[in-house]
Write a protein of this length. Structure first.
Length: 111
C-alpha cells in the first residue's frame, strides 16, 4: 500500500476531466464518481509514470508498453491490508494488462 498526498493540480485536472466527460452509459454512480475516478488516475500516474491515455479499456500506458486500468473508490476510513479489491462484472472484458486499485480518503467534496 502506498499513501500519496493529493495536490491542488491533481484536483484541478480531475475536476476539469470529470466535467468534460459528463455521464457515461451504464455508470453505476450516474457520473458522480467521475471526479474521484480521474483523481485516482492522476494519483497512480504520479506514482508509476507512463502516459495517461483514457480509452474504454485502459487509462495509463506504462513506459514498457503495459496498460493499466485504474479503479478508484472513495472512502471515509484508511484501508486495511485485508481489504479486497474488486471490479463490477460489467467491466470484466476490458483489454488491459493490469488493474491498479486506488482508495481516496474523502475529506473534501467530490463530484
Amino acid at each position: 500500500m502506498i499513501k500519496v498526498d493529493i495536490t491542488d493540480r491533481m484536483l484541478v485536472l480531475a475536476r476539469k476531466k470529470a466535467v468534460e466527460m459528463g455521464t457515461l452509459q451504464n455508470s453505476i454512480m450516474r457520473g458522480a464518481g467521475n471526479f474521484a475516478g480521474f483523481l485516482g488516475e492522476f494519483i497512480v500516474h504520479g506514482v508509476l509514470g507512463g502516459e495517461i491515455n483514457n480509452t474504454h479499456d485502459y487509462d495509463i500506458i506504462l513506459d514498457d508498453g503495459r496498460t493499466i486500468d485504474v479503479k478508484t473508490k472513495q472512502t471515509t476510513v484508511e484501508p486495511k491490508l485485508h481489504y479486497d479489491c474488486s471490479i463490477s462484472a460489467f467491466n470484466i472484458k476490458q483489454a488491459c494488462d493490469l488493474y491498479v486499485f486506488a482508495r481516496i480518503k474523502k475529506n473534501f467534496e467530490c463530484g
